[in-house]
Design a protein around this ligand. Sequence first.
Ligand code: SF4
Ligand code: SF4
Length: 394
Amino acid sequence: MTLEDVEKIPVGLVRCDEYDEDLIEQAVRDAINLAGGINRFLKPGMHVLVKPNLLMGADPSKAVCTHPAVLKAVCTVITGHGCTVTIADSPGAGIPYKPRNLIKAYDLAGYTELGTCPDVTLNKDTSSRTVSFPDGFFVRQFEIISPILDADAVVVVSKLKTHIYTGLTGATKNMFGAIPGLDKPPYHARMQDDLLFGKMLIDLNRCVKPILQVMDAIEIMEGDGPMAGTPAHLGAILASPDYIATDIVAARLIGFEPLSIGSIKAAKEKGLTDESRIDVKGATIQELTRPDIIKPQTQIPGGNSTWIRSLFRPVVYRLAGSYTLHPHLIRHKCTRCHKCERICPVSAVNLQDGYPIFDKNTCIRCYCCHEMCDSHAISLQPGLLYRILRPFIR
Ligand code: SF4
Ligand code: SF4
């Protein structure tokens, strides 16, 4: 659902400061009630796909994935309404979408126990289908994992994190996990700009049509998310029928100008969002905001100012080679797993003695390698122009 469909868009915002199962279940119920109530979204008997952020198997304390306690609370609310649930996601680009990788990711993220809850199944079907989407503004065909296509409704349970490529990842970016693992890198190759990438994400969400958003913003990630950042406390659960409204409120909560996020700007350009029509219910943004959350070092200069951003974009891209951040190997941390080589969408990673070498001329600075290196063996190093300009423009 988007602002195409209704007048005012509710976003339920509820304070919740810890991953205590009882507190979280109450917070999730309250947030969904503020967003319109479960009856508004689901009918008893429906089969519901619940989609977390399972970027990769990672301990819940690292704030990489949707916390299992939030996922469990959402499943409890949905099954309590008489629906059945399948939990499914395709982890990040460097991970082949195979049953054994899913099982490993579920284990590491603390999801395995959820598969024993009544009427809840953890997906192990790794098939996908091609879906035509003639209404796409920008992309008119997607490869999408089958359990999403087989469900009566899709409920997204996202994780709020900063993101080195898109600024932040929350509700809208979550849907990129609907695309199977190794089908993801070509999107980065085609859309070498966060606005173009944002347009694709909007089309993908319009294609899948998630019915309800719940966001885990209790412990978020700051700095160079979505993998290599640091956990930070925000203490919030959000719920809304609208992915864009959810992200706008999330952006405000952590001190981003919403229109500095490519997907929000893309939605605005298409008339799919209008911040003045968002109705934040429950807590206020002022009560929970943390503008001091550390932003990713890749944010384009003027990230908090749309006109400065527009001014700088062409310059930045013309001088990209010397301005932007480049991947750089921290050799002693590298395990030579070659995940970075596998996921690079433009084959800019070559191997020498088993260690990756990054070709600056081919690299499109999508940062997928940095995102997926779970050994934290890739740092981002600035070019000369970046080092000169950054103190003046940030
Ligand atoms: S840099 Fe990271 S992803 Fe690449 S080979 Fe080394 S450990 Fe693996
Ligand atoms: S080497 Fe460059 S293009 Fe390849 S994954 Fe890393 S950042 Fe992206």
